[in-house]
Design a protein around this ligand. Structure first.
Ligand SMILES: [Zn+2]
Length: 267
């Protein structure tokens, strides 16, 4: 093998370093807790035995309906970040989510990677989804979660301008979309849950209309998430946790901020 000239070798090393910096920089900036691109809700109060269960990518019958049944049996509420095209296809499922006391958030019309969008496209995908949510439930949402957690300054600025609080998550994703077993999903979540945690599970797959398309039903199979919900809720109840929706969690944070300001003023 011919020896590489020294200059070429250094160039290769330099390119490697630049690639690594870009990769780790991107990973750090896009990590769910990163606030580089603007404030997002990542975590609830860390001094309360509360957790928020959230679900993305539905509604996706029959799995969403089964999750609702588990939540009702356990007497707890969750927050569903719904995909607009699935809301338009299954409005009755979203109506049932709200009727049972759960909260709704906007997860775009077609599970778009928002970093690629300009302001007009951002407004269109969120407005269209909001209209579907309003038609299904009679109410609007002021919560949104960016698909893939993908965001930048423009995305978060437009999201806030449209009146939404962007919501991320604090418990590392259990990769439930790779079809692990329910016990694996529950174990991955329970390992990291703490006071004020936001848990992110999936009741659908990017808003794909499997029940309507009659094809690739396994693509939308979320039976493991149904069973994992049961396992997670009962384990956390045993640890003394109370379940709140994201709006309840935000209200609690606001109340704490007001109380902190008041006690500061007294001193
Ligand atoms: Zn998603």
């Amino acid at each position: 093998m011919a020896r590489m000239p020294r200059r070429a070798a250094w160039t290769v090393v330099l390119l490697g370093v630049v690639a690594a910096l870009l990769f780790f920089g991107y990973e750090a900036a896009e990590s769910p807790a990163s606030q580089l691109f603007g404030a997002t809700l990542v975590h609830g109060p860390r001094d309360r035995k509360i957790v928020a269960l959230t679900y993305d990518d539905g509604p996706n019958p029959p799995y969403t309906t089964r999750i609702l049944r588990v939540l009702r049996a356990e007497g707890v509420h969750a927050t569903f970040f719904v995909v607009g095209r699935a809301v338009a296809a299954y409005p009755q499922v979203v109506r049932a989510e709200v009727a049972a006391g759960n909260a709704i958030g906007n997860h775009t019309w077609a599970h778009d990677h928002l970093v690629l969008d300009d302001r007009a496209q951002l407004a269109r995908t969120l407005d269209r989804t909001q209209a579907a949510i309003l038609a299904a439930t009679g109410a609007r949402t002021d919560l949104m979660r960016p698909p893939y957690g993908g965001r930048d300054w423009l995305v978060l600025d437009e999201v806030r301008r449209l009146g939404y609080t962007p919501v991320m998550w604090s418990v590392p994703l259990p990769h439930d979309w790779e079809y692990p077993s329910a016990t694996t999903i529950a174990r991955r979540v329970l390992r990291y849950v703490g006071d004020g945690s936001i848990i992110d599970l999936h009741d659908g797959n990017q808003g794909i209309l499997c029940a309507r398309l009659h094809l690739a039903a396994h693509v939308c199979d979320r039976s493991a998430d149904v069973e994992a919900t049961r396992l997670i809720v009962s384990a956390l109840k045993a640890r003394g946790y109370r379940f709140v929706t994201v709006p309840q969690l935000l209200a609690l944070r606001r109340a704490q901020a007001v109380a902190a300001r008041a006690s500061h003023g007294r001193r």
